[in-house]
Design a protein around this ligand. Structure first.
Ligand code: GLC
Length: 652
């Protein structure tokens, strides 16, 4: 027998009822139903992570927090909960198009962001990720990822009321607000850290502290360094604490101790606070790192998924409109677990970054060869049909060459040398490369070199604009649009980093701002140039061609149900090493994406189209029939892309 609604322990039920004592009967009834639906996920998650605690007791404590948030949830957001419960696949729709930026770099402050809404709508945006905007530590704050107060907005951006008003305005315009939950660490200046430094044992237990180097040295044997250049090591000595504190990222970002259920309770409360402000997608920052285990890399530990499961189930009780997005920039085998595998199927994050697709896009463009990408992407395990990938050309972070040695070997490449080639290529050191990326965090031990750079600076478009060579300019534009087409034609939520829609290059003054000088990721986080944006309607300008090209892809995409994220994207075997074929088998019919990653005309055999059931093939981007030439091939011009569907009568 399938049990749809679980028995909830009396202790847990009464915790909920007590918190909702002043709510009306309908609210209580709904909360009860949600609790019965989600309790098993809460229970299993908490039991796995806190085995020495009584799960009913700890569950009751967390459910009480969720119930208090139910009581405080604004009426409009309750309506959204209802809508989303009726349409749980809302974030999988092909109408989803994301945009990510720093509020001040887009438009000065939160009021400015409201004023930028018409611009975002023009681009087709339905999802807006604003970089961390809660109050960070003073000085260098790792781009806001060192938070001093989770409940106050950075004063130069506005207030919590402004944030709420912005969320309302976005929602009224069909745009979901996405904010980070920075849950792996807090700033050294955060009140928990201050209390720990003052010697309060309760708060000392919020962190991972070590009296001497014995354990840090043991962990360091297997834990890699994230910022080997400006923050080497994973531990920092703090005089106030008189201890070593775990600091995966910068020395001022103190890792929180998730083995302590008080930390879980604090973050649950913060998630629900954000949700009740109107945040619709919570980005779980650096989620891979939150659990540590001696002898491992201290990433992707099983407890990470149990914690996500419990946290998400509690959020489903309080605010079912909200979905979770995992920021886990890890290898493909670990990555799929963030969308749920095995017993976590459909129970963890709803969204996760498709880091492999992003890396393979750049690898294809550098090598003019799709073989490695095809092999690596074919090997990515399927993810639950209720989830979606975040697809992206690049984001606010650097690009690390997450290319598996075995994948490289399978296509006759050496992983190390291919990664070296990519770093050389994108930093412009490889002969013939016109890319203008910057080397980020060179690791002298592993010889790993990550890359910073705006999309137009990496595709060669930036250099081509200055070179005066028409062919190079055309190729630069085509390569830039090809990268966007790959992200937008995959399925899931494509997210554009601010400025890339206008082909903005690296910010030449990135190092001028205090605190930024050693972190060249700021090169690819430019302030949006509104003067440049005015040219977006000029079809003769580069900005106009890229902006209109991207907006057009978004519009075509929105009309193609084939791109609903419940349907997987499948890379087919290659006929030509320069053409990547991506198939989406939707009940409406097949959709075939073709991407020529080379500077030459390349063929795709026409017979393969009918083999896929596509008889009257139309490219939906150009709305023209796909022509098969006399030699039986569909010929793709340099860097061309097609989204092909069957328009035979009855096929649509
Ligand atoms: C995430 C962010 C990155 C930040 C790190 C530490 O990876 O994307 O920008 O440096 O977390 O918070």
């Amino acid at each position: 027998m399938i049990v749809l609604m679980a028995e909830v322990p009396a202790l847990v039920l009464s915790a909920m009822h007590e918190a909702l004592a002043d709510s009306d009967a309908a609210t209580r009834e709904l909360a009860d139903a949600r609790l019965r639906r989600w309790w098993p996920d809460v229970r299993d998650g908490l039991a796995a992570v806190y085995p020495t605690h009584d799960v009913d007791e700890i569950g009751a404590r967390m459910v009480a927090i969720a119930a208090r948030a139910v009581a405080q949830r604004p009426a409009e957001l309750r309506r959204l909960d209802l809508e989303r419960t009726l349409r749980p696949d809302w974030f999988q729709s092909s109408t989803m198009l994301g945009y990510a930026c720093y509020a001040e770099r887009l438009a000065g402050d939160l009021v400015g962001v409201r004023e930028a809404v018409p611009y975002l709508r023009e681009l087709g945006v339905t999802y807006l990720h604003l970089m961390p905007l809660m109050r960070p530590r003073p000085g260098d704050s790792d781009g806001g990822y060192a938070i001093a107060d989770y409940r106050t907005v950075r004063p130069d951006l506005g207030s919590v009321d402004d944030l709420r008003a912005l969320a309302d305005e976005l929602r009224a315009n069909g745009i979901s607000l996405v904010l980070d939950l920075v849950l792996n660490h807090v700033a050294r200046e955060h009140e928990w850290a201050a209390a720990a430094r003052a010697g309060d044992p309760h708060y000392r237990d919020y962190f991972r502290l070590f009296a001497d180097r014995t354990l840090p040295d043991a962990y360091d044997q297997t834990v890699p360094e994230v910022f080997p250049d400006f923050a080497p090591g994973n531990f920092t000595w703090d005089d106030d604490l008189s201890a070593w504190v775990w600091t995966t990222f910068n020395s001022f970002q103190w890792d929180t101790n998730w083995e302590n259920p008080d930390v879980f309770a604090e973050y649950l409360d913060i998630v629900l606070f954000m949700a009740n402000l109107g945040v619709e997608v919570v980005r779980l920052d650096a989620i891979a790192f939150i659990w540590k285990r001696l002898g491992t890399t201290c990433q992707n530990q099983p407890e990470v998924h149990w914690i996500t499961q419990a946290l998400r189930a509690l959020a489903r009780i309080a605010c079912p409109a909200v979905v979770f997005k995992a920021e886990a920039i890890v290898g493909p085998n670990d990555l799929v677990h963030y969308l749920g595998q095995g017993r976590h199927h459909g129970k963890v994050s709803d969204l996760a970054y498709h880091n492999s697709l992003m890396v393979q896009t750049w690898s294809m463009l550098a090598s003019a060869d799709a073989r490695l990408a095809a092999h690596a992407l074919q090997a990515v395990l399927p993810v639950p049909s209720t989830t979606a990938w975040i697809t992206y050309v690049r984001c606010h972070d650097d690009i690390g060459w997450a290319i598996d040695d075995a994948d490289a070997a399978a296509v006759g490449l050496n992983g190390f040398w291919h990664r070296t080639f990519l770093s050389d290529y994108y930093s412009g050191q490889f002969p013939g490369s016109t890319a203008r990326g910057l080397v980020f965090q060179e690791n002298l031990d592993t010889r790993d070199r990550r890359i910073s750079g705006a999309a137009a600076s990496l595709t060669g478009l930036d250099a081509a604009r200055e070179g005066g060579d028409d062919r190079a300019l055309e190729h630069g534009i085509a390569r830039t649009l090809l990268a966007h087409a790959l992200a937008m034609g995959w399925g899931g939520v494509p997210v554009i980093w601010s400025g890339d829609e206008l082909a903005m290059p690296n910010d030449p003054d990135w190092a001028e701002e205090p605190g930024h000088e050693s972190d060249n990721r700021w090169a690819h986080r430019p302030r949006l140039d509104w003067h440049l944006a005015q040219r977006r309607h000029d079809p003769a300008s580069v900005e106009g061609r890229v902006f209109q090209g991207v907006a057009h892809l978004g519009r075509v995409r929105a009309g193609l149900a084939h791109l609903h994220a419940s349907v997987p994207a499948r890379v087919l075997d290659l006929s030509d090493p320069g053409v990547l074929p991506v198939l989406r088998e939707h009940p409406l019919g097949s959709m075939l994406g073709l991407y020529n990653v080379t500077a030459q005309y390349r063929p795709f055999p026409g017979y393969r189209l009918s083999g896929l059931g596509i008889n009257r093939a139309v490219d939906m981007i150009s709305e023209t029939a796909v022509a098969v030439s006399g030699d039986g091939n569909v010929w793709l011009p340099p860097y061309a892309f097609r989204w092909i569907v069957d328009v035979a009568p009855g096929a649509q």
